[in-house]
Ligand binder design. Sequence first.
Ligand code: C5P
Length: 289
Amino acid sequence: MRLLSPAKLNVFLEVLGKRADGFHELETVMLRTNLHDVMTFETTAGTDVSLHLAEGSQNRLDGDFPLDNSNLILKAAAALRSVSSQTCGAKITIEKRIPMQAGLAGGSSNAATALLGLNELWELELPRTELHRIAATLGSDINFFIEDCDAAICRGRGEIVTPIPVAAPFHFVAARPSAGNSTPQVFANLQLPDTKRSSNDVVLALSNGESPELSTTIFNRLTAPAESVNTEMAALLRRMHELTDQPVFMSGSGSTCFVVCSSENDAAEIAMKCRTLDAVFLQAMSSTC
Ligand code: C5P
């Protein structure tokens, strides 16, 4: 079985407060994109679940991709197994295209795809509500991908997902500097705002399918703390703006930066202009709808 594991972009992220459990209460708008990893699932004779990197994938990655139990994919497999009487094995192979520590939720998406894929491979027939419950125990961004929607407002830690409509695909150019961001470090540098922003305008722009409107409404509260922990990213944000003359935004906790483009062709042209950027990852991409 072969499944695509997509990346997300955050087009809105406000931090509403810090919770007693150490997590932050969020209101964020996530968009599913056409940038994806590819995961294949095969049953095996034994009981082991093993993870393998497809040939050539390591060349596209700027860091080591763990294949041991620290990987969220294997944590997802173990969690699925613990709630079922399943003892079959599986071989999971992954072709990585989504950069790590990028704010694109590659790891969370892989974990969600593992839950969906193994549920099918092992014929567990667990309902989506149960997959959501397991996903929330593993991380904050996984539920968005379990929901299988084009866009959503995500609240709570990020795990409470309300799908919203997207009228047309939006186009972007995204770039990540050589240094990734550690999410806990970015949150630790955050100064909580006195006045909170609302996602209403972004949600409206998505439902209208208007790129210029989207570009004027995107907001990410984590940008300033991320700039202070990653000066290379701060420089990339400035340089990308100089090259494109467009507002530049950050996805999630970074370090991916992106601009909104008016069409697929415009995105290809802007990606060309950005070739000279000091980035390890540069990609024209689109949201799904
Ligand atoms: O849930 P996830 O693994 O994505 O979170 C990584 C880290 O980011 C958490 O351990 C926490 O430090 C921080 N975080 C947070 N508030 C959130 C999501 C993540 O403080 N809503």
